[in-house]
Design a protein around this ligand. Sequence first.
Ligand SMILES: Cc1cc2nc3c(=O)[nH]c(=O)nc-3n(C[C@H](O)[C@H](O)[C@H](O)COP(=O)(O)O)c2cc1C
Length: 342
Amino acid sequence: MSLLFTPFTIRNVELKNRIMMSPMGTLAAGEDGKVTEWHKLHYGARALGQVALIMLEVSAVMEQGRDSGSLGIWSDDHIPKLKELTELLHAQGSKAGIQLWLAGRKTNRQGMAVSASEIADRERVARVLTLEEIQDVIYAFKAAAIRAAAAGFDVIELHAAHGYLLNDFLSPYTNKREDQYGGTREKRFRLLQEVITEIRGVWNGPLFVRVSAEEYGPEGNRVEDYVYYASRMKELGVDLIDVSSGGVYPDKPKVYPGYQVPYSEQIRRGSGLPTAAVGLITSGLQAEEILQNGRADLIAVGRELLRNPFWPRVAAEQLGINIDEPAPYRGHWFDYRHAVSE
Ligand SMILES: Cc1cc2nc3c(=O)[nH]c(=O)nc-3n(C[C@H](O)[C@H](O)[C@H](O)COP(=O)(O)O)c2cc1C
C-alpha cells in the first residue's frame, strides 16, 4: 500500500495524503502585502492538483521585516483576503499552512537589514537588534499566529531556516551576541524558544518549524545541533520539523536528488519528532522510498509543483494507483481508453 497517499494526522488536522507544497516566495504581492487574485489562482491550482497541505510562501509578521513583493500578515487588514484563500483551498479538500517569517539581514529592501549581531556576509551589512526590538519581534510572531487562526489556517510554520532572522539567532556564524540571546547553543535558541512558547499560548493547531539542518560553512550549525534543537522544540510543543539546509553562508551547497533527506532522517530518529523531507524530490517512487524507510513523514515538493500543479496525479500513476479526482474530472484523470478512437 502506498504511504504517499495514506492520510496523515498531525495534532487535530488530517491531511488526505503526505504531499505538502513547499513554501515558495513568489514576490507577487503589492506594497500592502495582501493576497491577490494571482495568489488564489497559484495556490488554488495546487489544491485542484490534490496537494494535501499547501504551505503558503514566506509571510512577513512585521512590515519592516518583509521583502518587496512578499505576502504580509502584520496587520488585521490582511485577514479577510487570507481567509478567502484558505476557504478556496478548503473547498478543494486541501489544508492551508502559512509560513511566518522575518527577512532579517536578507531583505531585498535597501537599508532594512537587521540581524542577531554585526557579522555580515559578503553581500550585506545588517544592523543589530536591541533587546527591546527582540521583544517586538516575539510579539509580532504571536500577533501573526492569532491572525492566522482568524484567517482559517490549519498549520503554522515558522521559517527558522535559510539565513533569515530566526536562523541568524540560532547560528554561531551570525550570532556573536554576549547577552541572553547569544554565547551558547542554548542561548542562541532562546529567541526561537520564546517565539514558539508565545505562539503555543494562542495557537492550538499543528506548529511546524523549518530549519537549515546543515549550514555548510565552518562556523555553522551541523545536523547534530539540529537534533538537539528539535528535541528542545518537541518539549515546547512543536509538531514537525521541516528539514531544509543552507542559506546562512552565501555559498551554494552541492545539490542532487534527495540531498537533504539524510538530515530529515537523522532529526526524525534523534528527536522522535515527525519531519518533512524536501529538496529535489521529483518522483512518486522517490517519495515512497523516503516514507517507507522512515526517513520522513511528509514530502515537501517545491519546483516540481511549479512545473506541474498536478504532480500528485503523476506520482500516483508512477506508483500504479488511482487517487480521488477533482469531481468535475471524474472518470477522465486515469482513463486513457479514449485517447485514440478504435
Ligand atoms: C522560487 C522559490 C521560492 C522559495 N521561497 C521559499 C520560501 O518562501 N520559504 C522557504 O522556506 N523556502 C523557499 N524556497 C525553497 C523551497 O521551499 C524548497 O525547499 C527548495 O526549492 C527545494 O525543494 P525543491 O527541489 O522541491 O524545489 C523557495 C524556492 C524557490 C524555487
